[in-house]
Each structure stands twice: as structure tokens, then as C-alpha cells.
Design a binder for this molecule. Structure first.
Ligand code: SF4
Length: 327
């Protein structure tokens, strides 16, 4: 590394992530099998601490066991056994309540799709005759989890095969961990200002209006009730981070960073950086190209404001998630 070159100074965090146990390879499915996700066990595993939970095992259904399904009874979706029709809905939901203290310390949750316990989206719901009546069911454990922790980043394993959704989820998990670490410290108003400043470009890439909204909350931090500021900022920050970035918003964030760096660059480097941003704008290059160039120049010029932006390193580099996002 050349003299004066410094890596970006965004401190590392190690998120805690809840997960359906079968996704980590535990043989807890109804048939004694598992649903191991290689992304989780071979890649994300290096950077997070897991909280594996199998709701069906926890309520004592055993392995192997009869399958469960969602059944509509008196206009409510119930999780019932295919063997004897026994209703396990409340027990499965209570698993989330039982783990509440641990769940509150999490930064994200990955749920097994298509499970009447863990499934988050679009589960089939049947009537008493076995006919499908709806396709928008949610598993009993997943429903209670999302009721208890509405701002927690939660995603289904099946959707994580989409590179865009995967990248968004991992961004949200690491951002959640950084904010959790701030709240767990003896934070002062200036610490929240610093946190918000470091996340400026990242928030802008999700929603420029969301960045301004969260900024107005930060502006109250010196005079407002700290607990109210904390609760309001937490809700707004995670809501903004859940908005899917667009190419236009990325270009806006990249140009903002360019504006901070531009006075320090010579004509050649300024031209190369602008060209990389334009290549990304016109779908000739992935986002990782202008971001890599920005990181290089920020380190070389040692521009603290830009160098410390979480946008330039939202999660550990070796996850390489931006490389997989289609141009
Ligand atoms: S989907 Fe959920 S309940 Fe089913 S085996 Fe996996 S962890 Fe257990």
C-alpha cells in the first residue's frame, strides 16, 4: 500500500442473525432431512453469529413427524397436523415469545420458505376439504416474529437466491448491527450525528427523502428526549434501509461522493471517475466499478468524510455481493 493510503475506517461489526435451523443443515425437517443453504453456511457464516431455532422441534413434534399445513378455520389461518388435524398455531407462535430476549438482540432473521411454521410469504392456505382457498398465508412462528419485531430485517431463504434481494438484506443486517452497537453504548448526541453522517450516502441510495427525514430526527437530538429520539430514529432508519435502491439513486449518491473528492483530483482521475459513474448509469458496468474507484481515491487522498461512508463498504468485502448484482 502506498504511503498515505489508508483503508476506509468504517468499524467492523459482527451481526447476530436468527435462522430456521434446517437452513444451517440441522436434520430437523419432518422427514429427518435439512434444507442447508450454502450461502448461509459457506459465506455469511464467516461474518455473523447465528441463533438457530426450529419451532416445530421446540414444541416437541419430533423427527420424523407428520407434515403440517395452513388451514382456514372460522376466517383464521391455523397450522394443523395432516395426521390428526391437531392445531399447533398457538404453540408455534409462543416459541417466538419464549425467545423474545434473544430475538431482541438480533440484527436479522432468515426463514425457511414454504413452511407453515417459518414461511414468511405466499403460503398456500386450505379449507377443511383440502381445497386451496388462498395463496398469501404466513407461518405461525414467522407471523409472531414479525409482530414482535417489526423493524428487524427478515427475509426468506428462497428470496436470497436473487442477488439484488440478497445484497439488500445483507446491507440491512450490517446497518442494523451498527445502529444496535451505537444504542448499546453510552451514546451522546454527537455520536448519533456521527453515525448519521457516516450513513449519508447509504441512506441516499435507498431514499433521498428518507435521508432528509432521518436528518430532521438527528437535529432534535441535543434538545429532545433521548429515548424518543432513539425510538423515532430507529424506526425511520430501518424503514429507509428497507427501501430498494434504484440505479438513479445510486448515481445520485455516487455523484455526491464525486463532488466531495473532485477538488482533490487531477483532470485524468476526475475524468476516469466520472466515466465510471456514467458507465454504471448506462448499464455498461456494475456498481462495484465506480465504488472501487471511489474507495481507491478516498484512501489515496485521505478524505475522512468520504472514506468513512458506509456506502463504500456496507459489509465485509469478501461477500462480494455487489459483483453479483446485475448491471
Ligand atoms: S422450516 Fe422451520 S419448523 Fe420446519 S424444519 Fe425448518 S426450522 Fe424447523
Amino acid at each position: 500500500m502506498a504511503p498515505g493510503h489508508r483503508p476506509t475506517a468504517v468499524p467492523e461489526v459482527r451481526p447476530r442473525v436468527g435462522v430456521s435451523s434446517c437452513l444451517l443443515g440441522a436434520p430437523v425437517r419432518y422427514n429427518g432431512g435439512h434444507s442447508r443453504s450454502r450461502f448461509l453456511t459457506d459465506e455469511l457464516d464467516h461474518h455473523v453469529d447465528w441463533l438457530p431455532v426450529c419451532p416445530e422441534a421446540e414444541i416437541g413434534l419430533g423427527v420424523p413427524r407428520p407434515t403440517l399445513r395452513l388451514q382456514r378455520r372460522e376466517e383464521r389461518d391455523r397450522v394443523v397436523s395432516s395426521a390428526d388435524g391437531a392445531d399447533h398455531t398457538e404453540e408455534l407462535a409462543e416459541v417466538a415469545d419464549h425467545h423474545l430476549a434473544q430475538l431482541r438482540a438480533l440484527d436479522g432473521y432468515v426463514l425457511k420458505n414454504k413452511s407453515p411454521s417459518c414461511g414468511l410469504l405466499a403460503l398456500p392456505v386450505f379449507d377443511d376439504n383440502g381445497d386451496r382457498v388462498d395463496g398469501r398465508g404466513r407461518g405461525a412462528f414467522a407471523r409472531r416474529l414479525t409482530e414482535l419485531l417489526p423493524t428487524l430485517p427478515v427475509e426468506e431463504q428462497g428470496r436470497l437466491t436473487d442477488p439484488v434481494l440478497r445484497e439488500l438484506f445483507v446491507q440491512r443486517v450490517f446497518a442494523h448491527a451498527r445502529l444496535r452497537r451505537l444504542w448499546e453504548s453510552d451514546w451522546l448526541p454527537r455520536d448519533l450525528v456521527a453515525f448519521h453522517t457516516r450513513h449519508k450516502l447509504q441512506l441516499m441510495s435507498h431514499s433521498p427523502e428518507g435521508y432528509r427525514e432521518t436528518g430532521r430526527i438527528v437535529a432534535r437530538t441535543g434538545s429532545g428526549d433521548p429515548d424518543e429520539v432513539r425510538a423515532t430514529y430507529t424506526e425511520a432508519f430501518h424503514r429507509v434501509m428497507a427501501v430498494r435502491p434504484s440505479r438513479g439513486k445510486h448515481v445520485n449518491a455516487l455523484q455526491h461522493a464525486f463532488g466531495m473528492l473532485s477538488p482533490l483530483l487531477d483532470d485524468t482521475r476526475r475524468h476516469d471517475l466520472l466515466a465510471a459513474i456514467e458507465d454504471y448509469r448506462h448499464e455498461r458496468a456494475p456498481l462495484s466499478v465506480p465504488v472501487a474507484l471511489l474507495r481507491h481515491h478516498c484512501a489515496a487522498e485521505d478524505v475522512e468524510w468520504t472514506r468513512d461512508q458506509t456506502y463504500l463498504r456496507p459489509y465485509p468485502d469478501d461477500l462480494r455481493l455487489r459483483h453479483a448484482v446485475p448491471v
